[in-house]
Design a protein. Sequence first.
Length: 280
Amino acid sequence: NRVFEQADDAVYMRLQLDRLERPAHPGVAFQLVRKLLAFNTSAAQRDRVEVVLLSRNDPVSGLRVFNSAKHHGTPIERGVFTRGRAPFQYLHALQANLFLSAEPDDVRAALHAGYPAAQVYPESARASEAHPDEVRIAFDGDAVLFSDEAERVFQNEGLPAFQRHEASKAALPLPPGPFKPLLEALHRLQRASSDGSTPMRLRTALVTARSAPAHERAIRTLMHWNITVDEAMFLGGLDKGPFLREFQPDFFFDDQAGHVQSAARHVPSGQVHAEVTRKP
């Protein structure tokens, strides 16, 4: 990746060609991908989850990526390689529920187009191996699962005004945020696999800086959506990192850079660039 960023693409292509038969090391999102693909346990269920490689790499480099995926036992069949051009425009054709990239501009473009997307922090801690038969995914609330309506009140007017605002609107569902479609897709996957037909399970968590009384609106919003999460942590401003370390997610999504940096010391993490979806 350093060669890709610092040299011309011809140098990068030669490097990848020289390493064509040398598998690349698993990245931050590898365990998330591997576990999600494990939901495809039979011919009848093979389309429950699909992972597509969508990359600025050239096709030669893409061949090494496919070879690496095969080496690590990760059955990825499709890929789009754009040799330096932004690849996000293919998300519509792929009907994507999630786009992960280390390129912040591509993430912003995907979010602007209405797709759940996050900037992966490559320096994140790797996922725990303590739950081999369970995918664990954690989400922030405001500006991620929910809109940033309430967060704007907090940023502009402070915590007391935020608490009053949320208490007064406790029964009014929050508008959806950029990651509601992903949560819905995971909820469908969770229900489809609840019959025990696959050894893989799914566990979700809401990890938010909200606290009482603002917790009520968040819970009621999920109820209104007919979506349940398995765990909810209303931390009232406490550092999320130690709590995520205990939950041990395969990935965590948050819009605040500070929260992502804290979380990345413990778990795989990505930033949702909320400024793209923020309404004036």
